[in-house]
Design a protein around this ligand. Structure first.
Ligand code: NAD
Length: 346
């Protein structure tokens, strides 16, 4: 697309999450970073929101799509594929909310449609647009934690209770996208256990485990029936440990210079009979809170989308990434249905 032209953009779905996209787009429009055309929502009361912002309202999403170059789709999970496909078929760039698609065939169809028509397709895995993830990635790459033994994440809250997707499909895309990006590969095996309390066959709580080819083990606890809002990622390495508390006031990362003192011949000792004679010592060092700039992830995400449309570059959460996350979700869902049986990922 001509890089001097402002991208005409709109939002489909002006509900809980779509309203955030709308707020950010209005701000970007005022900064002349795009041309915010309007919104579409089946609920006609959303017309007032459009009027208050001086943008157009369309009840039918197809009418909005006709009037834009690019569209952000924040409709319920079950509708994302149909609307994305329509937009791509009509040569529009698409930023679609998670979960990208509910089956692999549909996901591939979207990616292929975008490729064929030279369009940008991107999924709203928002945590990859936080400055924190870049910091953590850098720390891992710089070996600040040493060899990562394992990690875990907790994405817990009371509500929003969904009836169209379970806790795996609702929260899991975030955690999976974080760990895939951090370790730069797919897990080789996953398993998941789910618990249903409130509704039939919709898991309110999911424990998802992922084993990466490097041997790193990662576990995610996902639930919408928890007393305390928690969004944490913890990594435990042989040189250091790290906690990213995204629900804290500054979404801080804490690095702990703590660990177990391992002798040089540790691997040898570990497999020998003399291991029992060896006393492990723990090490306590400083605790560091690195500076991380305060940025709005959703603004970063949308700016990245606009940039990719202009330059034709592949988004960080583009088609390949979206399909990889989908592979993990589908394998985890299969495991859920088989009482936690491990599933290999190819
Ligand atoms: N990235 C994130 O962190 C994040 C957070 C929350 C939700 N989401 C995603 O955003 C999407 C929306 O979630 P939500 O919590 O805002 O749901 P919501 O139910 O609050 O909002 C959905 C809106 O879409 C409208 N809608 C439904 N079908 C439509 C159609 N065919 N055309 C136009 N409008 C239509 C509804 O009227 C409603 O206003 C979901 O896919 C969800 O997974 C992402």
């Amino acid at each position: 697309m001509n890089s001097s032209k402002k991208v005409k953009i709109g939002v489909i779905g002006a509900g809980y999450w779509g309203k955030n996209h709308i707020r950010v787009l209005k701000e970007l429009d005022l900064q002349e970073k795009c041309e915010f055309i309007g919104i579409s929502d089946l609920d006609i009361t959303k017309k007032q929101l459009a009027e208050s912002l001086g943008i157009k309202y369309y009840q039918d999403y197809k009418s909005l799509i006709r009037n834009v170059d690019a569209i952000i789709i924040a409709a319920p999970a079950g509708q994302l594929f149909r609307i994305s496909k329509y937009a791509l078929k009509h040569s529009k760039h698409v930023l679609v909310e998670k979960p990208f698609s509910l089956n692999y065939k549909n996901g591939v169809e979207l990616v292929e449609l975008a490729e064929k028509n030279h369009l940008t397709i991107m999924v709203g895995h928002i945590f990859l647009y936080t400055p924190q993830i870049n910091k953590i990635k850098q720390l891992v790459q710089d070996n600040k934690l040493g060899n990562v033994f394992y990690g875990y994440s907790q994405r817990l809250n009371l509500g929003i209770i969904r009836d169209d997707v379970n806790a795996l499909w609702n929260f899991g895309p975030h955690d999976i996208s974080i760990f895939l990006d951090l370790f730069n590969c797919l897990p080789s095996e996953v398993n998941a256990t789910g618990l249903t309390y409130l509704q039939n066959r919709v898991e309110d709580v999911v424990f998802l485990n992922m084993r990466f080819p490097s041997g790193v083990f990662v576990s995610s606890h996902l639930s919408w029936i928890e007393p305390v809002k928690t969004r944490k990622v913890t990594l435990v390495g042989d040189k250091g440990m790290l906690v990213w508390d995204d629900a804290s006031q500054d979404a801080t990362i804490q690095i702990f210079d703590k660990g177990v003192v391992l002798p040089e011949n540790w691997q040898e000792l570990k497999s020998s009979n003399s291991f029992g004679e060896f006393k492990m010592k723990v090490r306590f060092g400083d605790q560091l809170i690195p500076y991380v700039a305060s940025e709005e992830p959703l603004k970063n995400e949308i700016l990245h989308f606009l940039e990719c449309i202009k330059t034709g570059q592949n988004p960080r959460t583009g088609g390949e990434h979206a399909l990889n996350v989908l592979k993990v979700l589908l394998a985890a869902q299969k495991s859920l249905e088989k009482n936690g049986q491990p599933q290999k990922i190819k």
